[in-house]
Design a protein around this ligand. Structure first.
Ligand SMILES: Cc1cc2nc3c(=O)[nH]c(=O)nc-3n(C[C@H](O)[C@H](O)[C@H](O)COP(=O)(O)OP(=O)(O)OC[C@H]3O[C@@H](n4cnc5c(N)ncnc54)[C@H](O)[C@@H]3O)c2cc1C
Length: 651
């Protein structure tokens, strides 16, 4: 194993970022005008980076496959964004946010990056408020906060259940200002299909115009990949249907190491799978665990009666319910970290206490919160001795004001009123902590190729705490990259424009054409989705919430065989030079079929349990993850060597 240089600055943890900013090279404003940067991905990470880099004076080209940056998957984020503002006066501080993130990530994060993240978190809120992001406010006008899992303070800023959307509108507005100034050229409906290296440095990309089908060359002095996570390798996930690994995987194949691919977050509060017809899962925001209590019946016969429709959850007496998180984790209760809550739900369901037809669901119950809020509201409204109907009505109004859109979404999907009967939830794939390995400057192992947001291996170690992805994406984009990329670009002030008629661009474009034509010419009989679903089943069953050596070895074999079958049997209709959504999907699934194998290989070599990676052999007697800090504290960074099975491990 080779050792990677993370370029973490020297000195005390709390001083590293300030020192680094003072030490690194700058590009003067006049020279910035001569430097081009490509930003692939315009979600929160890429959108904020592009806007800031253009504001600084660089010439920016942005790329996204949606018809507008506003449609990036970031828009789906519901619950909120963390920041150590301590507006609640409840003891919060950057150090505590740092500490919670390290602990929540099961001690597998890079401390220097996380400390910087905690420091910058406070600036993000000010930046977004200045942009006009409508964060929720308390009655007195101050910004409101709520709690997310794994912490003992309230530090989560939110905009009802639409935090990601509002933050994205802020970043997009900032981008638009630069588009209007001519400093950002936006290529929407474009998909990056390869990274171009000239003399070992990232100098451009090959992209396909998804409307005309044209293959294009774009050059720059540096390339930023902010292309999101790869949870859809599981087919079913809470991610947007288009979320994929292609940009990161293509960079990996060109020399960027892929870190911790097996660290996946399985979110505890999603609407349970209802059948084979589904192509997507829906998250019920973690914010609901502020007020919802999670339980299953205490007795197996009650669980069975509920599954058979003979008993309603509301008929079960308080003493017959098992609030298992409150029982097992009294300090955090329902707000334990996600990995812990997910495993606990699986444990109860595996033991036979599941409450839906498939036996894979637990309850998230708001009855107690409705009662509590109703009584409080009656009191503050001056209603003496309110009757039960009044308490319930007032309580439901308060709950609706906090989570109304989430309750509505649940009702539309499940056709049950969650104000009257507890929600049913079950864990689902949600976020990928793994991604492109980056150093302290967010540079990958390819010079000039940077990665931000969920696409990099991020600051979350083996498990991400709720409301920390938005924080990381925006910290990377607004406050980290704009400094660190300048240090690299200061060497490029005399380089001049990068030509696209070079051998390197010829070769990269030819590679892309060969790849796409291979998919189109396979002339098989099976759809792309057929293969994607099969891959998803292998991933969920053998690389999912709990893993063991035997099944991981099987997964590696099965994925390699499925990949072979894919190239022989896939059917991709249409042609290259037209709008062709099946071809887009085929390219993404082809890359998932490689990543999936590396994922299983990574999980297999990690002989410990930590965060989102539970190996059945490594558990405490209470069923908690058993880390091996002596041997596995490292980040596993994989170097591409051909087939995924040949990838070489570095740390
Ligand atoms: C349902 C849901 C709710 C969530 N809620 C929260 C929350 O409350 N708080 C929180 O902190 N986090 C939350 N998260 C996580 C968070 O939303 C994401 O981690 C974060 O938004 C990712 O942002 P990003 O900018 O890195 O990537 P994305 O928003 O996924 O953006 C990716 C961008 O890359 C582009 N792209 C990808 N591949 C290519 C390619 N090959 N060529 C061109 N463009 C490409 C896309 O077009 C897009 O613009 C939630 C996630 C989900 C699924």
């Amino acid at each position: 194993m080779g050792i990677l240089d993370a370029k973490v600055p020297s000195g005390p943890l709390a001083d590293k970022w300030t020192k680094h900013k003072n030490d690194i090279n700058l590009v003067n404003p006049a020279n910035k005008r001569n430097i081009d940067i490509i930003v692939v991905g315009t979600g929160l990470a890429g959108g904020s980076a592009a806007a800031t880099l253009a504001e600084l004076g660089y010439n920016v080209k942005t790329f996204c496959y949606q018809d507008s940056p506003r449609r990036a998957h970031s828009i789906a984020a519901q619950g909120g964004i963390n920041a150590a503002k301590n507006y609640q006066g409840d003891g919060d501080s950057p150090y505590r946010l740092f500490y919670d993130t390290i602990k929540g990530g099961d001690y597998r994060s890079r401390e220097a990056n996380v400390y910087r993240l905690a420091e910058e978190s406070v600036n993000i809120i000010d930046q977004c408020v200045a942009q006009g992001v409508p964060f929720a406010r308390e009655y007195g006008g101050l910004l409101d906060n709520r709690s997310f899992g794994g912490v003992l303070v309230s530090r989560t800023f939110y905009a009802k259940g639409q935090t990601g959307q509002q933050l994205l509108l802020g970043a997009y507005a900032a981008m638009n200002r630069q588009i209007n100034r001519g400093k950002i050229e936006a290529f929407n409906r474009h998909e990056m299909l390869d990274l171009v290296l000239v003399d070992g440095k990232a100098r451009g990309i090959i992209a396909r115009d998804l409307v005309s089908g044209e293959i294009e060359r774009h050059s720059a002095h540096a390339v930023v990949l902010a292309t999101g996570g790869y949870g859809n390798v599981f087919y079913l996930s809470t991610n947007a249907m288009g979320s994929n690994v292609t940009a990161a995987w293509r960079a990996h194949r060109r020399g960027a190491f892929f870190a911790n691919p097996c660290f996946t977050q399985i979110h505890p509060t999603c609407i349970p799978v209802s059948g084979d017809h589904q192509s997507k899962l829906t998250l019920m925001s973690e914010s609901l665990r502020n007020d919802g209590r999670i339980w299953v019946p205490k007795r197996l016969e009650d669980a069975q009666a509920i599954r058979e429709g003979k008993l309603k959850p509301t008929q079960l007496k308080e003493e017959d319910r098992d609030y298992y998180l409150e029982r097992r984790y009294p300090a955090f209760g329902n707000l334990v970290p996600r990995d812990v809550a997910s495993r606990a739900a699986k444990e109860r369901c595996d033991a036979g206490f599941g409450v839906n037809k498939t036996g894979e669901a637990v309850y998230l119950d708001f009855a107690a919160a409705i009662e509590r809020y109703g009584r409080e509201k009656a009191k503050t409204s001056g209603i003496d001795n309110p009757d039960q109907a009044t308490i319930t009505r007032l309580g439901e109004e308060v709950v609706a004001a906090k989570y109304g859109n989430l309750f509505q979404m649940y009702e539309k999907i499940v056709d049950e009123n969650p104000y009257k009967t507890p929600m049913m939830i079950y864990p689902a794939v949600h976020y990928t902590m793994g991604g492109l390995w980056v150093d302290y400057n967010l540079q990958t192992t390819i010079e000039g190729c940077y990665s931000a947001g969920e696409a990099n291996f991020s600051d979350h170690g083996a498990n991400r705490l709720g409301a920390s992805a938005l924080m990381q994406g925006l910290a990377d984009g607004y406050f980290v990259l704009p400094y660190t990329i300048g240090d690299y670009l200061s060497n490029d002030i005399r380089t001049g424009p990068i030509p696209t008629d070079s051998e390197a661009f010829d070769k990269a474009e030819a590679d892309v054409r060969v790849r796409l034509e291979r998919l189109l010419n396979a002339n098989g009989t099976k759809s792309v989705d057929y293969f994607h679903k099969k891959l998803g089943k292998i991933m969920w069953n053998k690389c999912g919430m709990s893993r063991n050596e035997k099944e991981l070895k099987e997964a590696i074999e099965e994925i390699a065989a499925l990949r072979k079958e894919f190239y022989e049997e896939v059917s991709v209709p249409g042609s290259l030079d037209e709008m062709n959504p099946e071809l887009e999907k085929a390219g993404r699934v082809a890359d998932f079929l490689e990543l999936g194998e590396l994922f299983a290989k990574d999980a297999l070599q990690r002989n410990e349990s930590c965060g989102g990676h539970l190996r059945e052999q490594y558990q405490t007697e209470e069923g908690e993850a058993l880390r091996d800090d002596k041997n596995f504290r490292y980040v596993s960074a994989w170097e591409y060597k051909g087939e995924p099975k040949d990838a070489v491990l570095h740390n």
